[in-house]
Ligand binder design. Structure first.
Ligand code: ADP
Length: 318
């Protein structure tokens, strides 16, 4: 079967208002700027996977106000034939206030992302599944169970983080790859009483990945990939006898402009490269490509619109 990834996730419209200061209770102020952008972790990660060159289908829901957003995602190479329009719902929203001093304040509304929970997952024709957590938990779980039953490669970037109770009973046995940043790793590790700390962020991540991987109730076969912002990536590869932990520095960045979407770029590029090179591809080949894509993302303003195409990543690496 040729490789293809289903991304079951969210689509949002991000509405960004620039303001002198974040609005106080009871206050009305005029914004000095307004931008509307395509957002949602599902769409960002699907877009990144497509920009990396992989075949990717986004399984998501919008309201009838989201058609332009859907087209924008499709223009990046994502198959949007499974993006359903829910007529009596609005597309998920992130209302973002950005103050002159750089503070953010964000209101989320799930809208169509949370409509009609419980649809039966259809994973026929897919080799890889990529999940975040901006849809009903019931759906995340149903898709993951189905992927597990089919022994598919399944990747999970838990954001927003489920509760500790959910984390402890989560079907980790169905998952092959966990993609987290250092804060998300700590949240999961704490849920499993597996959260030692060390002198540096990277050493703490190493210790927590080791402890989590060995924790009762977790799945010791999961590849854990932890991105740590400017410090790059640490990864636990459970194959090959002793648990192997590897690390890569972040790719050089000319100037950090906007880190929004960096983690989504990593997740999308990573799944796409697994499809291209095989799940057992040498990580020393795969990870530097992902990190170079992330460097290009942080050099550019915006989320989805800052995700570079594979050609540009290859050129940067040449
Ligand atoms: P998330 O957005 O999920 O928190 P990270 O902040 O860890 O993800 O970013 C993902 C990757 O993007 C990092 O591993 C790194 O390669 C790159 N990156 C993010 N922030 C920076 C930065 N300030 N300088 C250089 N690289 C960065």
């Amino acid at each position: 079967m040729s490789k293809a990834c289903l991304v079951r996730g969210s689509i949002n419209i991000d509405e960004v208002y620039t303001l002198p200061h974040i609005v106080r209770p009871g206050e009305t102020i005029a914004s000095t700027g307004f931008e509307r952008k395509t957002g949602g972790k599902g769409s960002n990660q699907a877009y990144a996977a497509a920009r990396a060159g992989g075949r990717v289908v986004l399984d998501a829901q919008i309201g009838s106000d989201g058609l332009a957003v859907r087209d924008r995602i499709a223009a990046g190479g994502v198959d949007v034939s499974r993006v359903r329009v829910i007529e009596d719902e609005v597309t998920g929203r992130a209302i973002i206030q950005r103050s002159a001093t750089g503070e953010n304040s964000i209101v989320l509304y799930a809208g169509a992302n949370f409509a009609n929970p419980g649809a039966k997952p259809d994973l026929d024709g897919f080799t890889h599944l990529l999940l975040q957590n901006e849809i009903p938990l019931k759906d995340t779980l149903a898709y993951l169970y189905e992927a597990g039953a089919r022994a598919m490669t399944s990747l999970y970037n838990p954001s927003p983080m489920p509760t500790r109770a959910v984390l402890r009973t989560f079907p980790w046995h169905c998952l092959t790859h966990l993609i987290v940043n250092e804060g998300e790793l700590a949240d999961i590790a704490i849920a499993f009483d597996a959260a030692p700390t060390a002198a540096s962020v990277a050493d703490t991540a190493r210790a927590q990945m080791r402890a989590l991987s060995a924790a009762p109730g977790f799945n010791p076969h999961i590849v854990i990939v932890t991105t740590i912002g400017p410090d790059g990536v640490v990864l636990l590869d459970p194959t090959g006898g002793d648990k192997r932990i590897m690390a890569w520095p972040a790719a050089p960045v000319a100037k950090v402009v906007d880190t929004t979407g960096a983690g989504d770029t990593f997740a999308g590029y990573f799944v796409s490269l697994l499809m291209e090179m095989g799940d057992d591809a040498p990580l020393d080949t795969v990870i530097p490509i992902c990190l170079t894509a992330c460097a290009l993302t942080v050099e550019t303003a915006g989320a989805m619109e800052s995700i570079a195409a594979r050609n540009d990543v290859d050129t940067r690496m040449a």
